[in-house]
Design a protein around this ligand. Structure first.
Ligand code: SF4
Length: 401
């Protein structure tokens, strides 16, 4: 490999989506020595089997690095110096997970929601979306389809829909465990519920639970989230940890009313909670919400935040969010170049996908789950990663000491 060759030249005719951050990051890692043979947690026993072209070696040589202090990373963020921040984040991601990007099959099972978050396209007060609930049969069919394709993690995500009582959800959890022979990890993302309900869902087979806090600013949280207190959400996250879940959380960036301190505090909060997964989503104003006229911040803000999360939370799984891919065509790939290591192909039946628009411009609405898996497999190659079907359990599991 010629060191001075550009990404697009190296990629042998494939579309170059790595952007400046990737090529600059490569320069940093190439000077750091040879790669250690670290297969990452769980290895790549269920790797996608796609050959990584010889001509692409981006990130092959993470090697030893002096690393960045957290304070130095924060300083780079404040100065908007993405290159060294991304280089460090990518180095850590490679050290922890090798070249693997793990797949989680996403099923958006209901777009009913009792809450009225100002930014959200399926908020209670928005009368435009066609509301839907997937039947148990539709959910299981989506799981079976994904399982047949090799997926070993499924995420049931929906609004806070009380029609799905904890008992109903528990039956669905048991059914999913049964049809996957207990092999697949099951993640729920169903909002705030009583602590006892979390324990029931855990007993029914759910392994993980996602609930983003969205902003660490208590006043902003109350304002944006229909009066719900940040403390209420953080207490629920504590209850999930106590119930034994692998817990995912995260936040949005670019919200009206936040500043750099908010973003830094968001990252610190992820580290303090000891979450196993932390998502960063760019805020995208939705035309049917009270925030329709808000400013759209550039994707770069989400890239900085992603890199910071990776540096603060080395072992935490970080999704390259669909919102990033909706904001810019190569948004997810650029998030991976900044330390993300998870992608979530959307297994929701196509007929419902267009009704689950938390934000406008959402991509992949016309593709089936299987098409999503194929597309994502190719996309990760452009940033010299490979998809893995390993269920990739969390490794953090609780508050930092
Ligand atoms: S962000 Fe979640 S809780 Fe808030 S309105 Fe949207 S679906 Fe409901």
């Amino acid at each position: 490999m010629e060191a001075g060759m550009s990404m697009s030249e190296r990629s042998d005719g494939r579309e170059s989506v790595a952007a400046e951050v990737i090529s600059l990051e490569k320069d940093a890692t190439e000077t750091a020595g040879s790669k250690t043979a670290d297969p990452g947690p769980g290895g790549v026993s269920r790797s996608a089997g796609l050959e990584k072209p010889d001509s692409v070696d981006l990130g092959e040589s993470p090697g030893p690095s002096p690393g960045l202090l957290r304070s130095e990373a924060v300083d780079l963020f404040r100065r908007r110096d993405l290159t060294p921040l991304a280089a460090e984040a990518r180095r850590i991601a490679t050290r922890e997970f090798g070249d693997d990007v793990y797949l989680r099959g996403l099923i958006e099972y209901t777009n009913f929601c009792a809450v009225d978050c100002l930014y959200c396209g399926i908020r209670r007060s928005n009368s435009h979306p066609r509301r839907y609930r997937l039947s148990s049969e539709e959910i299981l069919a989506a799981v079976k389809e994904g399982y047949g394709r090799g997926l070993r993690t499924f995420v049931l995500q929906g609004g806070e829909d009380r029609w799905f009582t904890t008992d109903r959800l528990a039956r669905i959890c048991e059914d999913i465990k049964e049809v996957t022979g207990g092999e697949a990890a099951l993640t729920l993302s169903c909002g705030i519920r009583p602590a006892a309900d979390y324990r029931l869902l855990k007993a029914a087979g759910a392994d993980r639970y996602l609930m983003r806090f969205e902003t660490s600013d208590p006043d902003l949280h109350r304002h944006l989230r229909g009066g719900v207190e940040l403390k209420h959400r953080l207490d629920a996250l504590e209850n999930l940890l106590s119930a034994g879940f692998q817990v995912g959380s995260g936040f949005m960036v670019g919200l009206p009313g936040e500043n750099d301190d908010t973003v830094i505090r968001n990252v610190e909060l992820c580290a303090e909670m000891g979450v196993d997964m932390a998502g960063v989503g760019p805020f995208i104003p939705h035309h049917q919400t009270p925030l329709a006229d808000s400013l759209q911040q550039p994707l770069e803000l989400a890239l900085y935040a992603t890199a910071l999360v990776r540096i603060f939370c080395p072992e935490t799984h970080i999704p390259a969010t669909t919102a990033a891919g909706s904001l810019e065509k190569d948004g997810r790939e650029r998030m991976i170049a900044c330390g993300a290591n998870v992608l979530m192909p959307n297994l929701t039946p196509v007929t419902y996908k267009k009704d689950y628009l938390l934000y406008p411009g959402k991509i992949c609405l016309d593709e089936s789950g299987l098409q999503c898996v194929g597309c994502l497999s190719m996309r990760v190659l452009t940033v010299d990663r490979q998809i893995s079907f390993d269920r990739a359990d969390g490794r953090v599991g609780g508050p930092a000491a």
